[in-house]
Structure formats: structure tokens, C-alpha cells
Design a protein. Sequence first.
Length: 250
Amino acid sequence: MTSQPAAEHAATTEDFAHNLDAVQSKIEAAALAAGRPVDSVRLLPVTKTIPSERLRLAIAAGVTTLGENKVQEAQAKSEELADLPDLRYAIIGPLQRNKAKFVARFAHEFHALDSLRLAETLQRQLEDQDRSLEVYIQVNTSGEDTKSGLQASEVAELAQAIEPLDRLVLRGLMTMATNTTDEQVIRGCFRELRQCAEQVRQKVSHPELFTELSMGMSGDFELAIAEGATVVRVGQGIFGARQHPPRNNA
């Protein structure tokens, strides 16, 4: 079964701790059911639209990484939460090349790499900032035009092309499943990403670093774990339902 997507609205540190524990318990149960270690899946909280004041409560409850779709929103939060130097930022939405300079300044992870031109732009900006960035190539496994990403057949070429870019650390692949209630279709999207990663891993120079599958969101992360997810992106399962419907990637 898929998990219930939205938790109760969290308004206190205790509420956030409860919701985080509930999600983590489901992650561990799904991992065990798949015959995997309970610590083989990382929870990436999706914090888009959540104001910094609420995020401080979530951070006090144990959140250490903020997953953001929009660079401007993530940058604003990085400034508002600058007194928390150990906080990590993951950009999980599409990125325009003219905004790569902002990502290079503060982000630690980028889950939506989809072109060599963007990779080269990030490389230059990271060199200027003397920083590195963990990246995931986004793959469109659903076939939906509304979702970004490469076709599975294109991934190996990009993975090999970015190897000379030493400021980018290729950690794995990311996808979003088809928007459907059909669990077999959802699992098929996740399975395609895993199979793609297995093929690409044989062609990259540092397969020991290429180990991550970022897939699964609040409503389907248990299915993703069954198919090999190592990073699940959960927003509403931690923060509660949003006031405005999400566009993508949560």
C-alpha cells in the first residue's frame, strides 16, 4: 500500500517530531519488507512553501536538510537561517542556467540535472565559489510532458560527459512517477530508474559514488523503497497539507 500523503498540520516542535517519527517508521518498515537495512534509505524533507519560522521548529525536531523546488525561495531561507551553519540545502526542481550562480553559493545537492550545458554552467559557478555540489541526473520515467528529465537511453551519455567537471559529484539518478493510483504503473517508473542506474553504473569512472536513487514522495515512497530508493522526498507527510496544490516534485 502507498502511504497517506498528508500528515496533520504541524505547529510545534513536538508535532514535527511526531510526524518525522511516523514517516521514519514507515521508511524502516518498507526497507525491512524489501529485505534492506533500515538505514539504507534517507529521508529528504521537502520544505517548499514552508516559512522559515515553521522550519525552525522542524529543525529543532531533527530536520537537517531542506529540499526546495525554487532557487529564490531556497536562497532566501539560507539567508534567514544563516545562524544554522550545519543545515543542508537540496534543490529538487528544474534549474535555469542563469540561476546556477545562486545554487553554487549555498546548495549541497541538486536533484534535477538534465543537460551538459547546465552542468558546465554549474561547474564554472562552483569554481568561482570554491565549492562542490552533489548532483543527480533527472530521468523522465513517466513519459509525461509535464515532467522534466532525460530519457533513460540518454543518461549514460550525460553521466560520462560530466565526469571531467570536478566540482560536480555525480551521486545517482532522480525521477517522479506517473501521477496515478495504479501501483503497478508507479512501481514500473521506479523500476525503470533502478535498471537505468544499474546500466549507467557500469559506464562511469567512479561507480562507488554513483549509488543513489532519489525517488518516491509522500504518497508513494513505500513503493519506491520496494524498488530500491535510497532517498525519498517527503513534504506533506511531515508538514501537513499545503494551502496551495504543489506543481511537482514533492
